[in-house]
Design a protein around this ligand. Structure first.
Ligand code: COA
Ligand code: AMP
Length: 630
C-alpha cells in the first residue's frame, strides 16, 4: 500500500482504521468502539476498553519470550556508565518499585510527580506509576523550584519521586534543594517523596516525609498491573502556553498505546527487537513518547542517553552510540546536529564508527533549517526526515511515513499529514486557504488517538486555547502552508511561545518573572533568531519612575531572576533597559516588530503604532546586546 492508500483508508473509515490498529495492543477488555463523541467538540478514544500501559510495555514482552532482549540501554558518558536492562529485569524492577508505591498508599488515579534526570530509574518510576494506574507528571530537570511548585499546585501529587542530582557538563545539579524549595513554595504538600541517591550526591532526607529509593522498597511485595479504562489518564505533561501558567496536557491510556505503537513501524520503520534511539530528555514529550513508551510498547530496545551531542566528551558521541548499539532509527532535534556541525563540520570524529545499520534520522522539536539538513544528509549518507508535532499531539502530525512508503523529501517541509490528521490552512475568519497560501494551521476535529482530550483540571482553558478560534478545528498555534503536492511547511508560531534549542518556552512566563523585579515597571520578552539554538529570548525592561540605579546591574539581576525562577533551560541571557516600549494606540506591545528589529529584518511599520520614534530607541537598545548579528 502507498501512503495515499493508507491515508485514504483512514479517511474513508477512521473507526475501522483505529480499531484495526488497536488489535496490536493487549486489552483485558477489548474496546467495543474507537471514538466516543462527548458533545461540544470533545472526544475520547477506546473509552470502554480496559488495559494497562506497563503491561503492554513490559510484561507482555516477557510473556511472549522476549525476557532476555534488551529493553533499555543506558549510556551515560557524563558518569562513565553503560548498562543494559532486559525486559525481564525491567519487569522485576518495575514490579518491585510499584509494590513499594502501593504499600505507601499510591493507587489508581493518584498523581505522582517525577523530577529526575536521564537514568533508568526514571523510566522505572514512570512505568511503576502506569502499573498502578497512577498518573505521573514528569518535570524536566532544567526547571527551577518555582516552575516545579506551579506543577505541584496544579497536579496535586500524593507523592514526588526524585533523584539526588542531575549531571550537566561541568556541574552537578542538586535536585533535592530544588525539590524542598518547591514543596515550601507550593500550597499543596505531597504525602511523601522518594529520592534515588546517585553516587555523586547524597541528598538529605526529612524524617517521616522523604524516603530513599532502596529502603522504601524493603518489605513490600512486587505488584501486578492494574487494568484501567481506555480513557484513564496515563500522564499529565506540562507545556508552555502564552501565560506563565503551564498547560497540563492529559494523555489517555488507550489512544496513547494504539497510536504510539502504530508510529513505530509506519513512521520510524523499526521492527520489534531492533534498537531505537531518541536523543532527547524524559522531561519532554519526545522523551515520553520515544524514549520510554513508544519503543517499549512495540518491543524495541530504547537507548537512554545521559549526555549532550557535544562535549561529553566530543562530537563523536552520536556516531559512537549508533554504531555501538546498531541503532536502526535515530531521532533528535536540529539544534543537536547544529552543535555537531559546529564542532566537527567534516565529521572527522565519525571515523571508526560504522553507522551503516542506521536506516534514517528523524528531526523534530523546532524548524529544521535547510543548511543543517543538507549537511546531515551529506555527512551521514542517510535520509533525514523532518517531522512536525507537539506536546499536545504526542506523535507526528506531519512527517515521512517511511514504514509505508518513502516519499521524496522536500527540504524545508516536514512532509505530509499522517493518517488521523486532516490538516488545513485557515485564514483569520476560519476559511480554508489555497495551496501555497500562508495561514493558521488547524486540524479538523476529532484529533486522532493519543492526542490530548483536554487539559488537566482546565477544560475551559482547553477550549479557549485550542477550539475557540476555529470552530470544528484544533488550532495548532503554528502558521504555515500546504503546497500543491500536499506537503506542509511550518513557518512560525502564532502565539508567544518560542523554541530555544528544541525546548518550548513561554515568553509570557519570562515576562511575569521580570515584572516581579522591584524596579521593573513594564517589560517585554521576544524570541530573536539564533544560528545555534534557533531562537533566544531577549528581554526589554522599563524601570519604575525614580529608580536611578546602574542599568547593567538591573539587567543582570533580571537575568538571574529568570534563571532562578524558571531555570537555566530558559537560556535567558539577553536583557536591556529601555525608556519605553513600542505599543499600538490601544496599548498592545509590538513584540513582533521588536523581534524584527533585533533580527535585522525588514518590517512593515504597524499602522496603529502610537509613537514610531520608540522603534529607534529599540534599535539602539538591541545594538548594546550585539544585535542584529552580522
Ligand atoms: N538539568 C539542569 N540544567 C539543565 C538541564 C537539565 N536537565 N538541561 C539543560 N540545562 C541547562 C544547561 O546546563 C544550560 O545551562 P548554562 O546556561 O549554565 O550553560 C542551560 O540549561 C541551557 O541548556 P541547553 O539549551 O540545553 O544548552 P546547552 O548549551 O547546554 O546545550 C545543546 C545545547 C544543543 C547541546 C542541547 O540543547 C541539546 O542537546 N539539545 C537537544 C534538544 C532536545 O533534546 N530537545 C528536546 C525535543 S526533541
Ligand atoms: P513541543 O510541544 O515542545 O514539542 O513544541 C511544539 C512546537 O515546536 C510546535 O508547535 C512547533 O512550533 C515547533 N516544532 C516542532 N516540530 C517542528 C518542526 N519539525 N518544524 C517546525 N517547528 C516545529
Amino acid at each position: 500500500m502507498t501512503y495515499k492508500d493508507v491515508y485514504a483508508e483512514w479517511k474513508s473509515n477512521p473507526e475501522a482504521f483505529w480499531m484495526k490498529a488497536a488489535e496490536a495492543i493487549d486489552w483485558t477488555k477489548a474496546p467495543s468502539k474507537a471514538l466516543s463523541e462527548l458533545g461540544n467538540d470533545m472526544f475520547e478514544w477506546f473509552a470502554d476498553g480496559e488495559t494497562n500501559t506497563c503491561y503492554n510495555c513490559v510484561d507482555r514482552h516477557v510473556e511472549a519470550g522476549r525476557g532476555d532482549q534488551a529493553a533499555i540501554i543506558y549510556d551515560s558518558p557524563v558518569t562513565d556508565t553503560k548498562q543494559t536492562i532486559t525486559f525481564a529485569e525491567l519487569q522485576r524492577d518495575v514490579a518491585a518499585f510499584a509494590g513499594a508505591l502501593k504499600a505507601k498508599g499510591i493507587e489508581k488515579g493518584d498523581r505522582v510527580i517525577i523530577y529526575m534526570p536521564m537514568i533508568p530509574q526514571t523510566a522505572v518510576a514512570m512505568l511503576a506509576c502506569a502499573r498502578l494506574g497512577a498518573i505521573h507528571s514528569v518535570v524536566f530537570g532544567g526547571f527551577a523550584a518555582h516552575e516545579l511548585a506551579v506543577r505541584i499546585d496544579d497536579a496535586k501529587p500524593k507523592a514526588i519521586i526524585a533523584a539526588s542530582c542531575g549531571i550537566e557538563p561541568g556541574r552537578v545539579v542538586e535536585y533535592k534543594p530544588l525539590l524542598d524549595g518547591a514543596i515550601d513554595l507550593a500550597e499543596h504538600k505531597p504525602e511523601f517523596t522518594v529520592t534515588y541517591q546517585r553516587p555523586q550526591v547524597q541528598a538529605s532526607l526529612v524524617e517521616g516525609r522523604d524516603y530513599d529509593w532502596d529502603s522504601v522498597q524493603e518489605g513490600s511485595e512486587p505488584t501486578g498491573c492494574t487494568p484501567v479504562e481506555g480513557n484513564h489518564p496515563a500522564y499529565i505533561l506540562y507545556t508552555s502556553g502564552t501565560t506563565g501558567a503551564p498547560k497540563g496536557v492529559v494523555r489517555h491510556t488507550g489512544g496513547h498505546l494504539v497510536a504510539l505503537n502504530w508510529t513505530m513501524k509506519n513512521i520510524y520503520n523499526v521492527n520489534p527487537g531492533e534498537v531505537f534511539w531518541a536523543a532527547s530528555d524524559v522531561g519532554w514529550v519526545v522523551g515520553h513518547s520515544y524514549i520510554v513508551y513508544g519503543p517499549l510498547i512495540h518491543g524495541n530496545t530504547t537507548v537512554l542517553f545521559e549526555g549532550k551531542p557535544i562535549g561529553t566528551p566530543d562530537a563523536s558521541t552520536f556516531w559512537r552510540i549508533i554504531s555501538e548499539y546498531d541503532v536502526k532509527s535515530f531521532f533528535t532535534a536540529p539544534t543537536a546536529f547544529r552543535a555537531v556541525k559546529r564542532d566537527d563540520p567534516k565529521v572527522e570524529l565519525m571515523k571508526g564508527h560504522d553507522i551503516s545499520g542506521l536506516r534514517a534520522i528523524y528531526l523534530a522539536g523546532e524548524r529544521a533549517d535547510p543548511d543543517t539538513i543538507e549537511w546531515a544528509q551529506r555527512v551521514t549518507g542517510k535520509p533525514i526526515y523532518d517531522h512536525w508535532w507537539q506536546t499536545e499531539t504526542g506523535w507526528t502530525i506531519a512527517g515521512m511515513p517511511a514504514g509505508i512508503e518513502e516519499l521524496p523529501v522536500k527540504i524545508g517541509s516536514p512532509s505530509v499529514p499522517m493518517p488521523g490528521y486532516d490538516v488545513q490552512i485557515l485564514d483569520e475568519a476560519g476559511h480554508p486557504m489555497k495551496a501555497g497560501e500562508l495561514g493558521a494551521i488547524a486540524v479538523k476535529l476529532p484529533l486522532p488517538p493519543g492526542t490530548l482530550p483536554t487539559l488537566w483540571n482546565a477544560e475551559d482553558r482547553f477550549r479557549k486555547s485550542y477550539l475557540q478560534q476555529f470552530p470544528g478545528y484544533y488550532e495548532t498555534g503554528d502558521a504555515g502552508m500546504i503546497d500543491e503536492d500536499g506537503y506542509l511547511y511550518i513557518m512560525a508560531r502564532t502565539d508567544d511561545v518560542i523554541n530555544v534549542a528544541g525546548h518550548r518556552l513561554s515568553t509570557g512566563a519570562m515576562e511575569e518573572v521580570l515584572a516581579g523585579h522591584p524596579d521593573v515597571a513594564e517589560c517585554a520578552v521576544v524570541g530573536v533568531a539564533d544560528s545555534f539554538k534557533g531562537q533566544l529570548p531577549m528581554g526589554f525592561v522599563c524601570l519604575t519612575t525614580g529608580v536611578n540605579r546602574d542599568h547593567s546591574e538591573i539587567a543582570a539581576e533580571c537575568v538571574k531572576r529568570v534563571r532562578d525562577q524558571i531555570g537555566p533551560v530558559a537560556a535567558f541571557k539577553l536583557c536591556t533597559v529601555v525608556d519605553r516600549l513600542p505599543k499600538t494606540r490601544s496599548g498592545k506591545i509590538l513584540r513582533r516588530t521588536m523581534a524584527s528589529i533585533a533580527d535585522g529584518q525588514e518590517f512593515k511599520m504597524p499602522a496603529t503604532i502610537d509613537d514610531p520614534a520608540i522603534l529607534d530607541e529599540i534599535s539602539d537598545a538591541v545594538k548594546t546586546l550585539g544585535y542584529p548579528k552580522a
